[in-house]
Design a protein around this ligand. Structure first.
Ligand SMILES: [Zn+2]
Length: 107
């Protein structure tokens, strides 16, 4: 998008407010059946997100500028780690299953 067009207007896909992003994470947590201890959003150099064994999730703030499909992949991936701490076959199967079902506001 050209900057000269309408400077004040930012499409949702380009910048999601942090609160909305956290609400998205919580909604997915409920659906997956996990309870993240803390949700942090900050700039990260090498990762899109990380999770600690104690359920503390950290997401890269750059995700707020990514397309919603990609954001969802990262959110579901990280939340699933609260259930399965590796990338084994079960993790991959569940990830695929959750990403195949779309949230109601995303048709
Ligand atoms: Zn992972």
């Amino acid at each position: 998008m050209k900057k000269s067009a309408t400077p004040e207007w930012v499409p949702l896909e380009e910048a999601v407010p942090i609160d909305l992003f956290k609400a998205e994470v919580q909604a997915w947590a409920q659906r997956i059946g996990v309870t993240p201890h803390e949700i942090h959003v900050r700039s990260m150099k090498r990762k899109w997100a990380s999770c600690s064994s104690r359920g503390r999730l950290t997401f890269n703030i750059e995700l707020l500028y990514q397309p919603s499909d990609f954001r969802r992949q990262v959110i579901v991936h990280e939340l699933l780690h609260l259930k399965i701490p590796n990338h084994g076959p079960l993790f991959k199967a569940l990830l695929r299953a959750y990403l195949a079902t779309h949230s109601p506001d995303h048709t």
